[in-house]
Design a protein around this ligand. Structure first.
Ligand code: XMP
Length: 207
């Protein structure tokens, strides 16, 4: 039997934070129309939960881009493999992704959307990994800050599995090899103790 997932962020905390993010996005849009562009495949559950909570008028499109492929370390190259159907010229665009890791994906997509004539491009990510960024990019809306561990569940995959897990889990150290430095240094710690806090909150604030 496979070991149970090391839960980093529970479903309850995810949904509560997604509600708060939706309110932040609504405050930003001030009731204006937002073109939401979801980044497939990892953001799909986050995207669905987020847009259902938005009160702003929304149009929705998706793009597939990844700097990961099937490996668990960034390839350094961003691949776009789906075109946008919506015209973003002059629009306020909210780019929704699952996780900000090296930043290459969001940097490339933001550049791409600006080239298409978007008036504003802001990123909304559920997770922001605590690693040095390879690209100069930041997200305006962030769900949780997490440590450098490979995460899966709630849309994110571990070798294409577990996207339907309701919680977000941290892959065990032997799965992480190069990416689970924190956990390797602290092998006795539970994943909950390693982080996963609402962005901007101190660890003691809970979530
Ligand atoms: P970059 O490095 O461009 O990466 O910021 C963003 C994309 O890489 C994928 N990614 C992950 N996928 N667990 C995953 O399942 C992770 O820990 C992880 N880190 C990065 C993800 O597709 C994201 O959009």
């Amino acid at each position: 039997m496979p070991p149970p997932p090391r839960v980093l962020i529970s479903e309850k905390r995810i949904l509560r934070r997604v509600g708060a993010l939706a309110r932040e996005v609504d405050a930003w849009s001030r009731g204006g129309r937002v073109v939401v562009v979801g980044v497939l495949n990892g953001s799909i559950l986050f995207l669905a939960d987020l847009v259902r909570r938005l009160r702003s008028p929304v149009v929705l499109d998706c793009i597939a881009a990844s700097s990961y492929g099937t490996a668990r370390t960034s390839s350094g190259r961003v691949l776009f493999n789906r075109r946008l159907r919506l015209n973003v010229r002059g629009a306020k665009v909210l780019l929704v992704d699952d996780i900000l890791d090296t930043g290459r994906t969001l940097a490339a997509l933001s550049r791409f959307l600006r080239k298409l004539g978007a008036r504003r491009v802001e990123a909304c990510v559920l997770l922001r990994k605590n690693v040095p960024r390879a690209a100069d990019v930041s997200a305006r809306f962030v769900g949780f800050d997490i440590p450098d561990c490979f995460v899966y569940g709630y849309g994110l995959d571990l070798r294409e599995r577990f996207r339907n897990l309701r919680d977000i889990a941290c892959a065990p150290p032997f799965e992480n090899e190069t990416r689970m430095k924190t956990a390797r240094r602290q092998p006795e710690k539970r994943a909950e103790d390693l982080g996963g806090f609402p962005a901007g909150a101190r660890p003691s604030d809970g979530g």
